[in-house]
Write a protein that binds this ligand. Structure first.
Ligand code: UD1
Ligand code: CA
Length: 455
């Protein structure tokens, strides 16, 4: 039997109190819906349909994938009405798996189990026991069998004590579901067409409804407000860090790290507290990340040490580099092996070859630095004339004294030395000493100023 996955993503998410549609709220740096699509992709369904409505354009633009089918729910009249919008193009002889766009931690393994344990002609709902079931639909069983689902708002006092809840994940044959949905009413407290009412209809039609329990409530947590979003964020972070620890990555505190994208680590990587990883980050063997660092789309070579308080974006380093504390590497910063970048140094769109050092208070932009160069404290490459950017080249083994301005375009030859405090506007030949500053003078008759009235 074929499989159609229908993902409900049309709701506004009123309780989020946000201008951003709920399914676009970020979780680990990606929209909620992206996580649900990952889960669905792993199931290899032959038809994936997203029911969208609130923030229609924004939601659709976020997922340009051609293989997705979109069903518009212009008015959000309830989860049952939402599924109905997807049914006309759903093949009758498929099974349907319903997923919710606001339940993002669900694993494909659990969905797979649900599909395998449910005979093709039956219905199954994924349930879970919760210590505090408030807000969820309750699973009402009779002699162990699932009979119906009652929503929190419609539940009587006794029904409210039931701790087995509806996760929203449901599987059943498409043709029958079409019929049940066509017969849904909205005579309930919220005046909505509830998908959950299809359960009692199935029971009435003699269809067996299985209540299959998820292993833990964590993967089926629904997100309705910012508090739940934060809770699910922490749960997902714990899952990501657990996986990395299993691979051998060391963390000072697994609760104080954030991964918003993919983090690939070699052997013996150690990560101290408050590190944030965004986009694609790769850390080679033996890399050490000290406290308070942001790394976005960055690769660090083996045994590189990132000291505290650095901001790295679009940067790559070779092996054995040392960076920070308080360094900023911007897009296109490419360091080779054994490079040192110290405090209050900013490097943008520049290459730094093996063994070179840029240790203090420096801006390097649009620059090629050779091997074993020493760039002194307070050096600035003046790469911008207010309209255009120009390049600076510093040859192998050059020594740039402290407080130097290199006005681009300019080239410093290999082995050359630039004296401290110089403003260099012309190329310097290999092995030359270049100085550009006025001779120190003594001003005759100069007196130290004093405060008015004190003299
Ligand atoms: C729903 C279930 C509840 C379950 C809970 C699990 C129903 C009636 N209730 O309640 O039993 O315990 O999820 O998290 O199914 N949506 C649409 N169109 C609509 C309404 C909703 O696409 O007209 C989408 C939402 O975007 C969301 C999902 O359906 O992704 C769930 O809707 P929501 O309003 O959050 O339902 P709950 O009240 O949480
Ligand atoms: Ca919900």
């Amino acid at each position: 039997m074929g499989l159609s996955t229908i993902i409900l993503a049309a709701g506004q998410g009123t309780r989020m109190r946000s201008n951003l549609p709920k399914v676009l709220q970020p979780l680990a740096g990606r929209p909620l819906l992206a996580h649900v699509l990952d889960c669905s992709a792993a199931l290899a369904a032959d038809d994936v349909c997203i029911v969208y409505g609130h923030g229609a354009e924004a939601v659709r633009n976020e997922f340009p994938d051609d293989s997705l089918r979109w069903a518009l729910q212009a008015e959000q009249l309830g989860t049952g009405h939402a599924v109905q919008q997807a049914m006309p193009e759903t093949p009758d002889n498929n099974r349907v798996l319903i997923l919710f766009g606001d339940v993002p931690l669900l694993t494909s393994a659990t969905c797979q189990r649900l599909l395998e344990e449910t005979p093709d002609d039956d219905m199954a709902v994924l349930t879970v026991d919760m210590d505090n079931p408030t807000g969820y639909g309750r699973i009402i069983r009779e002699r162990g069998d699932v009979r119906r689902i009652v929503e929190e708002k419609d539940a009587g006092p006794e029904e409210k004590t039931v701790c087995e809840i509806n996760t929203g994940v449901l599987v059943c044959p498409a043709a029958k579901l079409k019929r049940w949905l066509d017969n849904l009413g909205n005579d309930n407290v919220q005046g909505e067409y509830y998908l959950t009412d299809a359960v009692a209809m199935a029971v009435n039609d003699g269809v067996t409804v299985h209540g299959i329990k998820a292993d833990s409530y964590v993967e089926v947590m629904g997100i309705n407000d910012k508090k739940q979003l934060a809770e699910v964020e922490r749960a997902l972070q714990a899952r990501l860090v657990d996986a990395l620890m299993k691979e051998g990555v060391g963390f000072a505190d697994p609760a104080r790290v954030d991964i918003r994208g993919t983090l690939k680590c070699g052997k013996d990587v150690f990560i101290d507290v408050n590190a944030v990883f965004e986009g694609n980050v790769e850390l080679g063997d033996g890399v050490k990340i000290e406290s308070n660092n942001l790394l976005r789309d960055t690769t660090l070579g083996a045994r590189t040490v990132l000291h505290s308080n650095c901001h790295l974006e679009g940067a790559t380093t070779g092996n054995n580099c040392e960076i920070g504390p308080f360094a900023r590497l911007r897009p296109g910063a490419e360091l080779a092996n054994n490079v040192k970048v110290g405090n209050f140094v900013e490097i943008k769109k520049s290459t730094v070859a093996d063994g070179s050092k840029v240790n203090h208070l420096t801006y390097i932009g649009d620059t090629e630095i050779g091997t074993k160069v020493n760039v002194g404290a307070g050096t600035i490459t003046c790469n911008y004339d207010g309209a255009n950017k120009y390049k600076t080249k510093i040859g192998d083994g050059a020594f740039i004294g402290s407080g130097v301005e290199l006005v681009a375009p300019v080239e410093i030859g290999a082995g050359a030395t630039v004296g401290a405090g110089s403003t260099i506007t012309k190329d310097v030949e290999d092995n030359q000493l270049a100085l550009e500053r006025s001779r120190q003078k003594v001003v005759p008759g100069w007196k130290k100023p004093v405060k008015k009235g004190e003299g």
